[in-house]
Design a protein around this ligand. Sequence first.
Ligand code: SF4
Length: 220
Amino acid sequence: MIYKVCEIFESINGEGERAGEPALFIRLAGCPLRCSYCDTAYALSFDSPHTPMTAAEITAKALESCIRNVTLTGGEPLAAQGIEELLRSLAGAGFITEIETSGCVDVSFVDSITPRPVLTIDYKLPSSKMESRMIGDNYRRLELCDTVKFVAGDEEDLRRALQVMREYDLIGHCHVHISPVWGKIDPQRIVKFMLENRLNGVKLQLQLHKMIWDPERRGV
Ligand code: SF4
């Protein structure tokens, strides 16, 4: 299987439960969604500039880096044909693999991979314009180590996030994070919403990489 690799780079995890830890990022080209706030336009098309690589080549590159956390991202990495082979290769090499996925691809197959990759799965809220593409079953099968991330851009998004948390009984069954759409909503408003609704067990998460580096910068 050949994968379309947009970039491989070392940084810290900017979000997710491993935020702040060193990570090796593998970004694959292509995403079936078009979120209103997407910040990875360069990886959206399945024809985005990329390097074709096999699972063995990607795994060898990862082994060179000596960083244990691998974050597979995109685009939508699970939309890549034969992605299971790459995930098995990384797991077999001893990496802790976190998959950043959008919620629009069935994630059930990851349960058959040992060690199972960790999922950080978005739930696309109304302001993304992509909520209709969310697969409800994805949110019913999550494990304690997984994370659901709500990226909120306005008040309607916050109200909808709360409904979804309740609908899928997420709090206590996996990690639940709320992040602001960068520059669209004041994080203070999210904190107020969390306190007003007594969202015990939910975390506000700011994207560390956008605070440390220029928000437009690639490869960080
Ligand atoms: S899922 Fe991610 S990569 Fe795809 S359009 Fe939305 S924000 Fe961009």
